[in-house]
Design a protein around this ligand. Structure first.
Ligand SMILES: [Ca+2]
Ligand SMILES: [Ca+2]
Length: 423
């Protein structure tokens, strides 16, 4: 019965199921309307047939999920049902089955069902992978996959949105973001769940958007990252935050603020104490390209080695960023206190986009002191960077790190290359 099926020449069949259902019958209508309608009678019959074909396709599309009709194809079974009910004759049924659009739908019914990702609302899937090569005296030269992230975002209506992000690099996958947001206005958005704490511009900069490969020493040590007392939390925590922008007069986004309450213990874990940490950030943009900001953090932390002790974990940061044509300047100073130990550090980054949108040259001066009351233990790092924005999806960076520091004996050079693929 299906042997006479026409070859697939209609481009309308290539695409999503929805497109196919929508295009099929209309394409069929146009195609058929020229050769037929020789007499009024056959014309009316053909019209009825086409209307029935449309209804059938609609019903077939609706019944795609529950497999009510097995044995034959769903469309074929529907035609048989119409015959059984006396609504159409056997001849009309045969004519219907020969309609090209109906034949296509029957073939589709008989094909094995494919796995489909569906959602009630539109969702946006994005992700990126960063492959890195490092060469230094202090490590074995190695390739590694530094990040492999997938992110889902969506709008749930009534001002609600969500974001999920996981990192698959390393030995086990890790949930980074799981946040639900509710926007009341430009001036107020409430976010709850797990996400980046509103502290430091560099912390809030996405890893696939950073001009240099590594974050600065001070952000790495004081903003819930690798060298922080609470360990590597990817600059994130679990809590609730309010934020927004406010523009007095006609100026765009003159003031940006965010303030939140967090567990203070990092990602994918509950709070080991009753104390909640407070974080806030305020950024002012007095003119286009320039921003100046302050961040503060007040909390208590518990070390696994001393579960009964609650120590102060306090941070204060100042930042600026300035972009003028191809030139970029950015800097931060952050000081912190963990229990009795006072720490601080700062960086200054300069960039020049030598070829607009393509090649960028960068330099960063980076300093961090893990104990301000102890002399000679500071770290210094000079980084020279080259960034090549190959296209929207591919980004290549080469960095040269020169470590320094007054008493640092292990001073060594490091060359790092990193390729970012994003979608
Ligand atoms: Ca806590
Ligand atoms: Ca010191």
């Amino acid at each position: 019965m299906k042997a006479a099926a026409p070859p697939h020449t209609d481009l309308g069949t290539i695409g999503t199921d929805r497109e196919q259902t929508a295009r099929g019958p209309w394409g069929s209508l146009r195609y058929r309307s020229r050769p037929v309608a020789r007499t009024p009678r056959t014309g009316r019959r053909t019209d009825i047939r086409r209307i029935l074909a449309l209804i059938l396709l609609f019903l077939a599309a609706l019944s795609a999920a529950p497999p009510v009709l097995v044995a034959a194809s769903e469309t074929d079974a529907l035609i048989q049902l119409l015959v059984d009910k006396g609504l159409i004759t056997v001849e009309e049924a045969a004519a219907l089955r020969s309609e090209p659009a109906v034949q296509k739908q029957e073939e589709k019914d008989l094909r094995p069902k494919e796995f489909q990702l569906t959602a009630g609302k539109a969702l946006k899937l994005s992700g990126y992978t960063q492959a890195r090569y490092r060469q230094a005296d202090t490590i074995k030269d190695t390739f590694d996959v530094r990040r492999a992230r997938l992110s889902l975002r969506g709008d749930l209506g009534s001002g609600f949105d969500y974001r999920l992000q996981a990192d698959f690099a390393g030995s086990s996958a890790k949930l980074l973001d799981a946040a639900l947001g509710w926007r009341y206005s430009e001036g107020l958005k409430v976010t709850a769940g797990q996400f980046k704490i509103p502290f430091s511009q560099e912390n809030l900069q996405s890893s696939n958007k950073m001009e240099l490969i590594n974050r600065s020493l001070v952000v790495g040590a004081l903003v819930a990252r690798g060298l922080d007392v609470i360990g590597e939390q990817n600059g994130r925590d679990v809590g609730i935050m309010a934020g927004g922008t406010w523009s007095p007069g006609s100026r765009p986004s003159l003031v940006e603020y965010a303030a939140g309450v967090f567990n203070g213990s990092g990602i994918n874990r509950t709070d080991p104490n009753d104390q909640k940490d407070l974080v806030g950030r305020l950024v002012v943009k007095p003119r286009s390209g320039l921003s100046v900001g302050l961040s503060c953090y007040e909390g208590r932390y518990i070390l696994a080695s001393a579960p009964d002790k609650r120590d102060i974990r306090r941070r204060l940061g100042a930042e600026f960023a300035y972009q003028a044509g191809p030139f970029l300047a950015r800097g931060e100073y952050i000081k912190g206190q963990d229990a009795e130990i006072r720490k601080d550090g700062w960086y200054l980054l300069g960039g020049w986009m030598a070829v607009p949108g393509k090649f960028q040259l960068l330099y960063r001066y980076d300093a961090y002191d893990p104990d301000r009351d102890l002399d000679g233990n500071g770290s210094r790092l000079d980084t020279i960077g080259f960034a090549w924005y190959i296209n929207k999806w591919v980004f290549l960076q080469v960095n040269y790190d020169r470590a320094g520091g007054r008493l640092e004996k292990t001073s060594s050079d490091a060359y790092i290359g990193q390729l970012t693929l994003q979608f």
